[in-house]
Design a protein. Structure first.
Length: 86
């Protein structure tokens, strides 16, 4: 059997993983990403320089979903990570 080299996840799957990792048991949550942007001149040599930009992902997290948020991006913590029975 070949070794697996890559796993991919949808936005909603990442949201569900982060809900579980955060120990959240209630509320509706969405994926949050904080980006950093920088502009500059880029090119392989001085004769091929062009203005451009770089975007980096600084942080990934979850945020409470607002009313009217797209349902396909929202995960309900009560369903994804129910409170343990006491």
């Amino acid at each position: 059997m070949p070794d697996v080299e890559t796993y991919t996840f949808s936005h909603k799957e990442i949201t569900e993983i982060l809900i579980k990792a955060s120990g959240v048991h209630e509320g509706k949550w969405m994926l949050q990403m904080n980006f950093g942007f920088s502009a500059g001149n880029f090119g392989p040599d001085d004769n091929s320089v062009s203005p451009g930009s770089i975007t980096v992902v600084n942080q990934i997290g979850i945020t409470r979903a607002k009313p009217g948020s797209p349902g396909s991006l929202v995960a309900d913590a009560a369903e994804v990570n129910p409170s343990p029975s006491t």
